[in-house]
Design a protein around this ligand. Sequence first.
Ligand code: HEC
Ligand code: HEC
Length: 248
Amino acid sequence: MKAVFLCTLLFSTLFAQQAHSAPNPVKGEALFKQCTSCHAIGEGAAHTVGPTLNHVFGRIAGKADGYTIYSDAMRAKGEDEELLWDEKSLYIFLAGPARYIPGTTMGFAGLRKEQELKDLLAYLINFSPAYEPESSTVVSADAIAATTLPVLKADDEEEAPTFDEDYLANAEAITSGGELWAKQCRHCHGNSAYPGKAPKLKPARYKPEFVFNRVTDGFRKMPAWKSVFTLDERKAIVAYVLSRQFSP
Ligand code: HEC
Ligand code: HEC
C-alpha cells in the first residue's frame, strides 16, 4: 500500500505539468490484459512466454531467476549496461519496446498514451512490494523474500456491502480505517494538502454507500482503490470518514 501511495506522489510530481488525472491502478489492471498472453503476475505466478513481472521494479533487465530464454539484446542491456527497471525505464520500454531495446523478442508494439502508461505502472508496482518507489536501487533477494505478493482474485465481482450502525460504530474498523486514511488519503484531502488537490470532505453530507463507491471506483481525479484495498479495508475507511474521530 505504501508503494501505491508513493507511486501516486511520484507521478503527480513527475508529470505535474501534463497530468490528466491520477494514475489509476484499476485501469492499469484492465490494460494489463494486453500482457497476460505472455506474462503472469501475482502470488504463485510462473514464467510463461515472458518472465513473470513480480518484483520487476528494482530488478536488472534480463535477470528474472529461472527465465532462460531472454534475447541477446535484453541480456546485454542488463549485463553490459546494467539497465535497472524503475519507473522511468519501464515507462520508456513499455512505450516502445523495440525502440528502446532493438532486438528484443517481446512482441508488443507499445502503449501510446501517457495516461495508460501511468495507469499500467501504478498497477504493476503493487507486485514489487520490496521496491522503494522512485529509489531506482536494485532490490536484494533477501528483501524480496521478506515480502508477500498480492493474490489475484479469480473474478472481481463483489457484492455491494451494507453498512449498519453497529459496523459504523465499530472501534476496530474506525482505527484501521484511520490508519489507511493517514497513508493514502491525507496527502490529497487532508488539511495540510496542497490547496486545490482535492476537495475537503464533508462527511455529514455523505451516505456510507457514496463514500464506499468513490473509494472503490474513483471519480474523475479521485483514484480508484479497488485493486489496492480489500473490501474490508474500504469498508473500514468508510467507517472512519463517517466517525467522530475523523480528522482530516
Ligand atoms: C507476445 C508476448 C508478450 C507480450 C504481449 C508482452 N510481453 Fe513483455 N516480454 C515478452 C518476452 C518474450 C520478454 C523477454 C524479451 C527479451 O528477452 O528480449 C518480455 C520482457 C518484458 C519485460 C522485461 C523483463 C525482465 O525480466 O527484464 C518487461 C518489464 C515486460 N516484458 C513487460 C510487459 C508488459 C507490461 C506488457 C503488456 C503491456 C508486456 N510485457 C507484453 C513477451 C511479451
Ligand atoms: C490523488 C489525490 C487523491 C487521493 C489520494 C484521494 N482522493 Fe478522494 N478525491 C480526489 C479528488 C480530486 C476528488 C474530487 C473528484 C471530483 O468530484 O471531481 C475526490 C473526491 C473524493 C470524495 C467525494 C467528495 C465529494 O464531496 O464529492 C470522497 C468521499 C473521497 N474523495 C474520499 C477519499 C478517500 C477515503 C481516499 C483515500 C482512500 C481518497 N479520497 C484519496 C483526490 C484524491
